[in-house]
Design a protein around this ligand. Structure first.
Ligand SMILES: *[C@@H]1O[C@H](CO)[C@@H](O)[C@H](O)[C@H]1NC(C)=O
Ligand SMILES: *[C@@H]1O[C@H](CO)[C@@H](O)[C@H](O)[C@H]1NC(C)=O
Length: 493
């Protein structure tokens, strides 16, 4: 009899255990969801006198439900609307689509320093950035194949994954209990690397693209990372023809090393790096011009009817505003699918303003050390105030900011549901006060570890970020972050 009883009780016990387990998992997933946001509502309205939409700036309300923008109502149409849900009134503050940084280096796996990672992603959210797209180098190994992308996703998931899956919820709860929330709070996408090793191998590139990278990235000069060698125009041409099928872009660091007066490459710590003018001479505009001449010869294939029609070439952080820019304009006018970006450093500073020995201002060479990495994160934190403070001297409008920092990057990264405050889009939103001036030293919350190395320290900037929403979650509010990191890896389909 005892024997029989055992056989009946065991399955029952197992069943009971499973129920308890499921209950725990469900419960933990709910509580972790609450931790994702500083606002305890799933359905609410954001109200403001200045909401930046693709149709212009309006006064009204944005309805958000379960992470998406459900409706946008102008103030004059508000009467008679039933106000279901909580209302968050931001009055005169600007409500804009969240910024998308397509140029992040998360250095992970392999080169991540744990303490730098959470501070960096927090800085991004505090700067109004709601999405990061990770560059394929600086992590080890570089993201140049299907296998290395998998490593990257795995590394990201262990830190940013919350929404689905039992293991991850348990893992998150465990981390919270231990007080070790080393998690990124932003959705993160990935670029893959175009390198000589995979450029002529269409099946390797296709595998990488099938695995979900949003596009490819390559260098026309040494990247500074051994497992990320530079490509030439032939590699780029091959890459574009594969990308064409996927309608995804190629991002290129456009500099070709030429003989210059000074042959030493400026490296941190070398004497030559001490003077900024010396540094500038080692990377003269002619390097960019040489690269862009080769590129525009290749981008002809991106025209309608060309071998690479459907692909797109994007030049990252161009600093030469003269002949290089002219060449790009010409190509664009001819029908080439080509765009260019610059970085806030180039907009904010000119070389005459930079004192010798001030290595904080280096932007072109790849990241090599901790100080440089901090500089990148600091760039994230100050994207909005810096672009705005310097840009508005040149008449930059809120609509233009939204176009540059949200709509266009979203398009580049193929994110149709991001980049604009529009019905049906994800509720990725930044709330900020463009007219509030502040001194960097005193007033602004600084999240990176070595504030003294910030190039902007001591300057007066305007534009203070009040709040950042990611998929409807209030992840940042006036110096405070949501307790849990609820970013998701973004993969191309
Ligand atoms: C091309 O890439 C595939 C997949 O990575 C690999 O199996 C194959 O050996 C490569 N072919 C050449 C010629 O290198
Ligand atoms: C680019 O490099 C490859 C070798 O990886 C070589 O076969 C090709 O001729 C080079 N193309 C140009 C334009 O230099």
């Amino acid at each position: 009899m005892d024997y029989m009883l055992q056989w009946r009780v065991l399955p029952l016990l197992t069943l009971l255990a499973s129920f308890l387990f499921l209950f725990y998992v469900q419960h933990s997933s709910k509580s972790s969801h609450k931790e994702c946001s500083l606002l305890p509502y799933q359905h609410y309205w954001i109200t403001s006198k200045r909401i930046v939409t693709p149709q212009g700036v309006i006064s009204g309300s944005v309805e958000i439900k379960e992470g998406k923008i459900l409706s946008i109502v102008k103030e004059e149409d508000w009467q008679g609307k039933s106000k279901v849900g909580h209302i968050v009134d931001y009055e005169e503050a600007v409500v804009m689509p969240g910024l998308i940084d397509v140029h992040a280096h998360l250095d992970d796996p392999g080169r991540a320093e744990w303490e730098g990672f959470p501070s960096g992603t927090k800085a991004a959210a505090a700067g109004g950035i709601t999405t990061l797209v990770d560059m394929p180098l600086n992590s080890f190994p570089s993201t140049v194949s299907q296998e290395t992308l998998k490593l990257k996703i795995k590394a990201a998931k262990e830190r940013i994954y919350v929404d689905v899956g039992m293991l991850s919820n348990l893992y998150l709860s465990l981390l919270i209990i231990l007080g070790l929330v080393f998690l990124t709070i932003l959705p993160t996408g990935f670029w893959g690397g175009l390198v000589p090793e995979n450029a002529f191998n269409a099946s390797a590139l296709e595998a990488l693209l099938n695995a979900g990278v949003l596009g490819l990235k390559s260098f026309m000069c040494p990247s500074g990372i051994n497992d990320f060698p530079m490509t030439n125009a032939s590699h780029i041409k091959e890459g574009l023809s594969v990308l064409a099928k996927y309608r995804r872009p190629l991002l290129v660091h456009a500099e070709i090393q030429q003989d210059s007066e000074i042959h030493l490459e400026a490296k941190d710590g070398s004497d030559d790096a001490h003077s900024y003018s010396t540094y500038l001479k080692t990377r003269p505009p002619s390097w960019e011009e040489a690269a862009i001449r080769e590129l525009v010869a290749v981008t002809k294939e991106t025209r309608i009817g060309g071998l690479a029609e459907g692909s797109h070439l994007h030049i990252v952080h161009l600093s030469d505003s003269s002949s290089s820019l002219e060449l790009i304009k010409e190509a664009k006018n001819g029908g080439d699918s080509i765009t260019v970006e610059t970085c806030p450093h180039y907009l904010a500073f000119s070389s005459e303003e930079i004192h010798d020995g001030d290595t904080r201002f280096k932007c072109a060479p790849p990241i090599r050390d901790a100080a440089n990495k901090e500089k990148l994160w600091e760039a994230l934190l100050f994207v909005l105030p810096v672009t705005w403070s310097y840009g508005r001297k040149y008449g930059v409008t809120l609509e233009q900011l939204a176009l540059w920092w949200s709509e266009r990057p979203a398009k580049l990264a193929g994110q149709e549901l991001k980049g604009a405050i529009a019905t049906g889009n994800l509720a990725d939103i930044v709330i900020w006060e463009p007219d509030v001036e502040f001194d960097l030293n005193d007033d602004y919350p600084v999240f990176f570890k070595h504030p003294s190395i910030s190039a902007y320290m001591g300057t007066k900037l305007s534009g203070r970020v009040l709040a950042t929403f990611v998929r409807g979650n209030l992840v940042y509010k006036e110096g405070k972050h949501a307790p849990a990191a609820c970013g998701v890896p973004i993969l191309a389909r």
